[in-house]
Design a protein around this ligand. Structure first.
Ligand SMILES: Nc1ncnc2c1ncn2[C@@H]1O[C@H](COP(=O)(O)OP(=O)(O)OP(=O)(O)O)[C@@H](O)[C@H]1O
Ligand SMILES: [Mg+2]
Length: 151
């Protein structure tokens, strides 16, 4: 189990930049937390850490958006899907078994489609600016991530 208190957006930026250093091609990161927890904000900071110049936001009409930096990020937001089978309308394998990195918001909307190497990072809002980050370490990929974050 890994836990970290993030006191403000600037510390979230540091955390995102650290993840940008650690994440490897093929990794699938799932950000779990309520609305406004900071999932998209953290994704944006990971993108900045990878020199992605575009501003990463959640597209209204598409499930996935890809960005090219030092590594590629596929950003998936499943908040708006009504049925998990909507994932079959796009070629999900290229995102769930990516050549680059995939970051998913609201993966809980389509649990049966998620790959086994998915790493969950939980973000809980404590107050306006303060967040708690938690990684349970329930599979090898999460355990490896925890080890690297603890270096
Ligand atoms: N420490 C912090 N880390 C991240 N975001 C923060 C922090 N403090 C304040 N914020 C603010 O909280 C908001 C987080 O919004 P964001 O869109 O990233 O949430 P989200 O988890 O993606 O929500 P949704 O489920 O609606 O997509 C932003 O307005 C951001 O500026
Ligand atoms: Mg979001």
């Amino acid at each position: 189990m890994y836990k970290k208190i993030i006191n403000n957006k600037n510390e979230m930026k540091d955390f995102g930049y650290r993840l940008a250093e650690i994440l490897k091609n093929g990794d699938v990161l799932s950000l779990v937390g309520g609305m406004g927890a900071g999932k998209t904000t953290l994704t944006q900071f990971i993108g900045e850490g990878l020199d992605i110049k575009e501003y990463i936001t959640s597209p209204t009409f598409s499930i996935v958006q890809s960005y090219q930096g030092k590594k590629e990020i596929n950003h998936i937001d499943l908040y708006r899907i009504e049925d998990a089978r909507e994932l079959e309308s796009i070629d999900m394998d290229q995102y769930l078994y990516p050549e680059g990195i995939t970051i998913i918001e609201w993966a809980s909307r389509a649990p049966e489609y998620m790959p086994r190497n998915k790493m969950d990072i939980f973000i809980d809002s404590i107050d306006e600016e303060k967040r708690e980050i938690r990684i349970e370490g329930k599979n090898n990929w999460e355990q490896k991530l925890i080890k690297e974050l603890e270096i």
